[in-house]
Design a protein around this ligand. Structure first.
Ligand code: ZN
Length: 461
């Protein structure tokens, strides 16, 4: 939404905000779902029982088609291969290992040249995203790609857990659905188009949790999806208030779930917890089955686990998730470095759920910290401040104290005081009254697991 529209939206009384959100939701529904959705979802479920040989055949066909299209029709890659040829390099583009690893930074700078030249952008959507790493990226996709993704989502993220898009559900997310300064309910908006209660992750706090729990009950939500940290906080509040909640399932995304967090959510919401892995680039995804295994979705992306020099690591050893997206043939991401860390099982066994999808043994990414504001709000995943209009390569938010923050940025060409001012203002808008400094650095350190952390809290809790 544009900032002008956002202003109008925030000035509306709550019932009209729901009307606006619903109107937007109906548009999204028409774009995401169609007559083909159920058929595509059924096909996806069928593939879950394929033999390794069937997967291999399917994958090599998809890859061959994708790599050829990328080398021929995608300006960035066409140029890349032309240069290799001019240097006397005869390596085949039909072999994935001959392709370079793609960095988010490259994608961000060359976005336009990653879209195939036979695409009509007027018929596509462009999603502005900061991903989960603070590197903003624009992603283009056709309606067919969007629908393929949402059909998979329906089959697995919902279908595996016995719920559907037609059920009433809640999402705890970082979109600014109510004005930030709001101190009384509603901290959510009902989106009739998607049967969805959008609960603001930006207002979750000790003084608001009772209202959130009432809203979940009052709206008769069957399942909740959202950031682990926010959901754990609400579950804890439910337990402390002895509030009885009985959902069908709680689905987490974006952050790792520890055993302790899982237990709190299971007890607080009275249902199983399922972990999912995905990214706005829709180039890799995984979901936890009822047997507790995190299954990769090979039809979304071909995943390689590589070390820091991009050599394959043995199964059982953690490495970077490098993925080749198999859904979006119009903006191919080939050997894309997700900057997430995982390992494949050293000794893979068939899963008791019966699905033959490969399993991720250990997902080490995404254990981001939480920011706690002076007024007690708990902010997660507020990387939205690193918008694609900023001249930065990457950014990180460090909370020094309850009222002091530092934003570290690695600037890119064009960086100026305007960018710094915008960052400061955007963060202040979310955290409230606090001192925010912007520090320009050459490099942002990774954690021991090689994981980039977007939020670092130096507050001892
Ligand atoms: Zn399984």
């Amino acid at each position: 939404m544009s900032s002008a529209l956002m202003k109008i939206y925030h000035a509306l009384p709550a019932p009209l905000r729901s009307l606006a959100a619903s109107w937007h939701g109906y548009r999204l529904r028409r774009w995401r779902y169609g007559a083909e959705t159920d058929r595509l979802a059924a096909q996806a479920r069928e593939r879950e029982n394929w033999t390794p040989a069937q997967w291999q055949r399917w994958e090599s066909e998809q890859l061959a088609r994708l790599l050829t299209r990328a080398a021929m029709r995608v300006p960035y890659y066409r140029q890349y291969w032309r240069e290799r040829r001019e240097n006397g390099d005869a390596a085949s583009f039909e072999v994935l290992a001959n392709w370079p690893v793609l960095q988010k930074e490259t994608l961000r700078h060359e976005t336009a040249s990653f879209v195939a030249d036979d695409c009509d952008k007027a018929k596509m959507v462009c999603e502005h995203t900061s991903g989960t790493t603070g590197t903003p990226v624009d992603l283009w996709q056709s309606r067919d790609t969007t629908r393929a993704w949402y059909a998979l989502y329906e089959a697995r993220t919902r279908g595996w857990y016995g719920v559907s898009r037609r059920d009433r559900w809640g999402i705890v997310g970082a979109q600014r659905v109510v004005p930030l300064e709001t101190k009384s309910p509603p901290f959510w908006v009902w989106n009739a188009g998607l049967n969805q209660l959008y609960l603001s992750a930006l207002h979750v706090a000790p003084w608001s949790s009772a209202a959130y729990l009432q809203a979940i009950k009052k709206h008769r939500l069957k399942y909740l999806l959202g950031y682990t940290n926010s959901l754990v906080f609400l579950a804890q509040a439910a337990l402390e208030a002895k509030e009885k909640l009985q959902l069908d399932v709680v689905i987490t995304n974006g952050e790792q779930v520890t055993a302790r967090q899982r237990k709190i959510m299971e007890e607080g919401f009275g249902c199983p917890v399922r972990e999912t892995y995905g990214m706005s680039e829709a180039a890799a995804a995984a979901g936890e089955c009822e047997a507790g295994c995190l299954h990769l979705w090979p039809d979304v992306g071909h995943v390689e686990i590589l070390d820091d020099d991009y050599r394959p690591v043995p199964a059982g050893t953690p490495g970077r998730i490098i993925t080749t997206g198999l859904l979006n043939f119009d903006m191919p991401l080939i050997r894309y470095d997700t900057r997430d860390t995982a390992s494949l099982p050293a000794d893979p066994k068939p899963c008791s759920c019966g699905r033959t999808l490969p399993v991720l043994a250990d997902l080490l990414g995404r254990a981001d910290d939480v920011l706690v504001t002076k007024d007690g709000r708990r902010l997660v995943q507020i990387d939205g401040i690193f918008g694609s209009d900023l001249h930065i390569k990457e950014g990180q938010i460090v909370q020094k104290s309850y009222d002091a923050y530092c934003v570290r940025v690695v600037p890119s060409a064009g960086w100026s005081q305007t960018d710094a001012d915008k960052l400061r203002a955007d963060l202040k808008q979310r955290v409230g009254d606090a001192a925010v400094t912007v520090e320009v650095v050459e490099h942002i350190d990774r954690t021991w697991a090689g994981k980039f952390r977007i939020i670092i809290s130096e507050i001892k809790r």
